[in-house]
Design a protein around this ligand. Sequence first.
Ligand SMILES: [Zn+2]
Length: 275
Amino acid sequence: MRIYFSVDLEGICGVVDVEHTRRDGREHDRARKWMVQEVNAAVEGALKAGAEKIVVNDSHGTMRNLLPEELHPEAELIIGSPKPMSMLEGLSKDFDGTFFIGYHARSGAFGVLSHTYSGRVVADLKVNGRSVGEPGLNGLVSNFYGVPVALISGDQFAVGEALDLFPGVVGVITKEAIGRYVAKCPSPEKAKKMIEEGASKAVNLLRSGEIKPIQVPSPIEIQLKFLNPGMADLAQILPGSERIDPLTLRYVAKNMLEAYKAIRAMIYLGYSSIK
Ligand SMILES: [Zn+2]
């Protein structure tokens, strides 16, 4: 059993503020420790249930958050950026399941530090008419590879998005969001225990076939709504994109992988217009 981990920071137990998530935040180094500890709990749970290979992709900001010297010795780490596949770098059809650790809710939704890829660019992302965040978008790409999402941890809104889209996924709620920068958190010890147990359960459900990949539709229609029209002005140079209103570009991709690349290209283009 081979498990792919995509690890973000906003959904880690105890993380509620940009002081935790920004590189220069005063509490960032503490949050990085909580992050690697939750990853290690999930690795331990997966190994106990019989996983043989674990690849961990650091998927937050600089993508150099997880402390290699503190990572579980049985895990391999993808560290650094830029990566062509970003939060999904290293994922392939050779994995049996995907774990999303420390995930957060989508842009515009309730949830701690909610955003979709770039909080400075994306107002809303629709895939085939449905608003999705990183749990939904990344999960659809994973399923496109035939790799089901088996575990997600984060606040109740991040977990809820995955539960809506991916039947059978094990959800571990590491904190109850009360506001954008406020949450009620269990102790980190309790959160790690829940994650370890959830990881074991997820591997067992993968093995028994109770978690299976979903059929991802094609073609895929994307609607990416930006925070201001200047971003769409620049992002519409992406061939095939269509401006449907001042803030929104539409793009029809032949499959989910092309959709993911187009979304990220449009986000980078939009970002480059910021003055
Ligand atoms: Zn994120």
